[in-house]
Design a protein. Sequence first.
Length: 126
Amino acid sequence: MILAAKMMPLILHWIPAFRPSWQAHLAYWGGNPAGLCNDMQAFSNYVIQALQQSEALDLPLIFDLIEHLLKNGEKTVKDVAATCFLENLLNSASTGEIDVMAFAPYVGEEARKYCQAWDDFTGYQW
C-alpha cells in the first residue's frame, strides 16, 4: 500500500522531469508544508502547462502512475489522486484550457471510473 508520505517521492521517482516544477513549488511554500492536495495540484499544473504549451510528456507513464496510486494507495492517496489531479485536468478541459483528447487515451480503468463519476456529477462529458 502506498502511504501518503510516500506519494510525492514516488511521483518524483516515476516522473523525474517534474523535479524543476516541484522545486519551484517547494520554494513558493518557503519550506512550510503545502499539504498533499497542494502538492498534487503542483503535479497536475505541471501536466496542464505542458499540454497547453505542447511540450513533450510521457502521458502513458503519467497515467500509469495515477492508476497505480488509485489501485494501491491508502484512502488519502486515492482521494488526492482523484480530486487533486484528475479533477484539475477535467476542470481545465471543461473550460477549454486543454484538449481532453490529449490525455483521455491514456486514462486507466480506475481513473476512468472516477472521471465518469465526475462527469455524472458535473454534467461535463469528456
